[in-house]
Write a new protein. Structure first.
Length: 266
């Protein structure tokens, strides 16, 4: 491990990454600076790093010399490693006494497969640690100047996925969702954005309610489209698939709080 990182780990009292362990680490959304100190410690200590497509590869440059780097994510909708094979690979590498890092974008337990992977490791009696990360539904909104909560607009927020395991729109109780939470944050909702808007409006949400689509959140190429619920489907057609959708009055605060654009202009 880099001497500076070693000193930081010691100063913070971070746990050792022991041989034969698997650490499931959230790298945060986009910006590599959003990884936690514990996550950075894991990157610098691991013998093997199995990483997703959402992980900024700058982080891989902080791995120790000789560390194996294995891409296990998806690109262009093609899965390079199915879940069963991935679980087997994690188990095999840990069983050989390696320090194995499963590096995931965002947070491992927020609409990722961290829970599935951790359960499989537990079933195989392989020791593991979970290192939470900043999820895109919070960090991505912050980089767009949209608070996920604000005292003047919402006292609750609901996170949901717009893409089921079968690729279809999940059978949410749209009437309950429409009434229960003033702010909705949707992951993987690009494909079904128009249908989601229609369901929410049919359940009573205002067609003029503000909506933002944040594409490539917390990355240099981040783009934000602000529209309303009625225009969500059309707006989604203009955005990359990699996006977060937020519905609610918080979106109006972006005009004052879009710090990323303002900092770029300095």
């Amino acid at each position: 491990m880099d001497n500076n990182l070693t000193a930081i780990a010691a100063r913070l009292g971070l746990p050792d990454f022991l041989p034969g362990w698997v650490w499931l680490v959230g790298a945060g959304p986009g910006d590599p600076g959003l990884i936690t100190a514990l996550g950075l410690h894991a990157v610098a200590s691991a013998d093997f790093i199995l990483y997703d497509s959402l992980v900024d590869e700058t982080l891989l440059g902080l791995a120790k010399p000789g560390a194996g780097r294995i891409f296990v994510g998806k690109r262009a909708g093609v899965r390079s490693c199915n879940q069963e094979d991935l679980s087997q690979l994690l188990a095999d590498l840990a069983g050989q006494g390696h320090r194995v890092l499963r590096l995931k974008g965002g947070d491992p337990f927020v609409f990722g497969r961290g829970g599935e992977e951790a359960r499989e490791l537990a079933r195989r009696n392989i020791p593991f640690r979970i290192v939470p990360g900043i999820t895109a539904g919070i960090g991505g909104l912050a980089y767009a100047g949209i608070p996920v909560t604000h005292r003047d607009t919402n006292a609750s927020v609901t996170f949901l996925t717009g893409h089921g395991a079968d690729g279809q729109l999940p059978p949410h109780d749209w009437r309950a969702l429409a009434k229960a939470s003033p702010t909705l944050v949707l992951y993987m909702a690009h494909k079904h954005a128009a249908a989601i808007a229609a369901q929410l409006m049919a359940a009573g949400r205002d067609s003029h309610e503000p909506v933002a689509i944040i594409a490539n959140a917390a990355r240099s190429e981040q783009t934000v489209i602000v529209t309303d619920l009625a225009g969500l489907g059309r707006a989604a057609e203009q955005c990359p698939v990699l996006s977060i959708i937020v519905i609610g009055q918080n979106v109006k605060l972006r005009g004052e709080l879009d710090w990323l654009v303002k900092s770029a202009a300095v």
